[in-house]
Design a protein around this ligand. Structure first.
Ligand code: SAH
Ligand code: SF4
Ligand code: F3S
Length: 483
């Protein structure tokens, strides 16, 4: 039986966790301790690293044990109802600790903070602070306020906050791959989605601060960066124009996503570059050619389709049709025949009929996704869909369709992996395999996980090796290192 909002990743050694606490900080230097858990998308995990940096400057050290924390933070997600339920449950657990340790502060950060605002404070006194995604710079003041017993709230959204100058403290890092946030917010209005309301208007971060962050990571031994945004292809940054230069002239210096990708790829050929997420309507041919041009830009695109039915796509306000999406897949495969593609799929959106669902299964086969994140539709208050359409597909039908989608994806993933048997890939070692300390685990350019024996050589994580695929499961390629 599927649980609500099944997050199916065929990568069983995925680096996207449910929640984590930081460990990188040297606690002896700090007079107070904070504990943070992150939920939701990679943007939220990346934001937690900015929060950690802000708190560090305020004298807070990190702990993995919330029982000893002065400050407990939950960086939350509102994307589906289930995500919010999980947070509420966690807050109730923290309340028990809080009752036993009256000095302890509990703060809710992120999308749920933004969506529910001060309403969160009224609920059963679980929370002392509510801080939206654009207000993290004000955390020190808010903590002070909360320490005096007042409830502290800042959920102001900003049109220009990108935290460009804040150096994130890398949390739960494997020391090999890191996220770099390149933009915030989203200007699309997909009718099912709460993100435009919780994250505000789209804005792009200073390109040079991004390059500097990539250079700094590489200098510290990192070998892979993932450029993050809700819609990375609409990245557009204009350097501040010097006095006297007309706007038109300064537009010529604009940095597009394709330009940015190229700039990051040029930091060092040994630094792999990934990005997420692409909106099918915005990924340009320029981006595809830039990917093809640089070996170190990984041949992998997360290209969420959401539905395979043009009628449903229109209601979702995705602004492309089924045919348009398929042509985009063709274009990607023409320019980069070896490019991996993955997707996000929603079952049971308003008015979805059996034939729409069949169209979804069909487009999955057409695209041959290597993996997908699959969900059933969860109505979110305030979204266009909640206001305009009735959530009319019964839950059991949503779940049954999701089950079919998940099963098909399983087959597609296995087929895709089987096609790789006999091929040799350049693999970046991320660490030991979770299952056995005799094996390494890494990824190829298509983002597929490869596990292989640690035979010979003096290797360590962060090294590149060539691995020949001998076998596979649905989730993992199994290989042998070659010289
Ligand atoms: N910006 C990204 C996705 C952000 S949310 C993009 O545009 O692709 C991640 C995924 O959650 C979405 O792609 C969608 O598949 C899913 N999702 C968003 N809102 C949802 C809802 N109300 N119910 C179910 N799934 C949802
Ligand atoms: Fe949500 Fe659509 Fe924006 Fe993605 S592009 S964050 S699905 S509104
Ligand atoms: Fe969730 Fe907010 Fe990300 S709603 S998916 S944490 S942008």
């Amino acid at each position: 039986m599927l649980t609500e909002a099944t997050l199916q990743s065929v990568h069983n050694e995925t680096r996207q966790g449910e929640a984590y606490a930081p460990f990188e900080l040297d606690n002896n230097l700090y007079h107070k301790k904070f504990y943070i858990e992150s939920y939701g998308c990679q943007m939220n995990f990346s934001d937690s690293e900015i929060v950690a940096s802000i708190l560090q400057a305020e004298g807070f050290g990190a702990t993995r044990n919330y029982l000893e924390a002065d400050l407990v933070l939950l960086n939350t997600c509102s994307i589906r109802e289930k995500a919010e339920q999980t947070i509420r449950k966690r807050l109730t657990e923290f309340k028990k600790v809080k009752d036993a340790r009256p000095g302890m502060l509990v703060g809710v950060l992120g999308c749920m903070a933004e969506r529910l605002k001060s309403k969160l404070l009224e609920e059963e006194k679980l929370v002392d602070m509510v801080v939206g995604p654009d207000a993290y710079r004000t955390l020190p003041g808010l903590i002070e306020e909360a320490e005096t017993g007042q409830k502290a709230v800042n959920v102001m959204l900003s049109r220009d906050e990108t935290y460009a100058d804040i150096s994130p403290v890398r949390l739960e890092s494997n020391g090999v791959s890191a996220f770099i946030s390149i933009m915030r917010g989203c200007n699309n209005m997909c009718s099912f989605c709460v993100v435009p309301f919780t994250r505000g208007r789209e804005r792009s971060r200073d390109a040079y601060s991004i390059i500097n962050e990539a250079k700094d990571l590489f200098a510290r031994g990192f070998k892979e960066v993932t450029l993050l945004g809700q819609n990375v292809d609409s990245y557009y940054w204009l350097p501040p124009s010097p006095k006297g230069v007309c706007e038109e002239a300064s537009n010529n210096n604009a940095v597009t996503f394709a330009n940015l990708l190229e700039m990051v790829a040029q930091v060092n050929p040994q630094l792999r570059v990934r990005f997420s997420t692409s909106h099918p309507k915005d990924i340009t041919e320029d981006v595809l050619h830039t990917m093809a041009k640089y070996e170190n830009i990984c041949k992998y695109i997360h290209l969420p389709v959401q539905s395979g039915s043009s009628r449903v796509l229109q209601l979702m306000n995705r602004t492309y049709t089924r045919e348009w999406y398929m042509a985009k897949v063709d274009q990607i495969k023409n320019i980069m025949p070896d490019c991996g593609i993955s997707s996000d799929i929603i079952s049971g959106f308003c008015t979805e009929m059996e034939e729409d669902h069949k169209d979804t299964l069909d487009i999955m086969r057409y695209s041959g996704y290597d993996m997908s994140y699959m969900f059933f539709y969860s109505e979110r208050p305030g979204t266009l869909a909640a206001r305009r359409y009735t959530d009319d597909v019964p839950l059991d039908v949503k779940k049954r369709r999701l089950q079919e989608i998940v099963e098909l994806q399983g087959k597609l993933s296995l087929e895709s992996n089987k096609r790789d048997i006999g091929k040799t890939f350049k693999v970046l070692i991320e660490g030991e395999s979770k299952r056995s300390s005799d094996d390494w685990m890494g990824r190829n350019t298509q983002n597929k996980v490869i596990v292989f024996a640690k035979t010979g050589g003096n290797l360590q994580k962060g090294d590149y090796v060539w691995v020949k695929v001998k076998d596979c499961t649905q989730a993992t390629l199994l290989g042998e290192m070659i010289n």
